[in-house]
Design a protein. Structure first.
Length: 93
């Protein structure tokens, strides 16, 4: 997709990773904030088991943080080495 970008390819990839880092970090922050406030307020599910909501929310927050770290890692690799390290699938034409 970006192979036809020519000289502007690195600039487009850098801008894309910058946007991805900003969005994923924002999402991870608010996921962690949601878990914190659910814990502080003692939110529980409305079902019969009355599960504290921070327990299932924690898995989403952990996943969001890991995703933000992965995007930041590839973005920094692009800035430092010029290659983001994501390989195109062989079946994509």
């Amino acid at each position: 997709m970006l192979s036809n970008a020519g000289r502007g390819r690195r600039a487009l990839e850098t801008a894309s990773f910058a946007a991805g880092i900003a969005i994923s970090t924002w999402f991870a922050y608010y996921c962690c904030d949601m878990v914190y406030w659910s814990y502080q307020l003692g939110d529980i599910s409305t079902g019969q088991d009355a599960t504290p909501l921070w327990i299932p929310q924690l898995s989403m927050a952990i996943g969001a943080v890991l995703f933000a770290i992965a995007i930041a890692d590839h973005g920094l690799r692009l800035l430092i080495s010029g290659d983001h390290g994501i390989e195109q699938s062989a079946d994509v034409t």
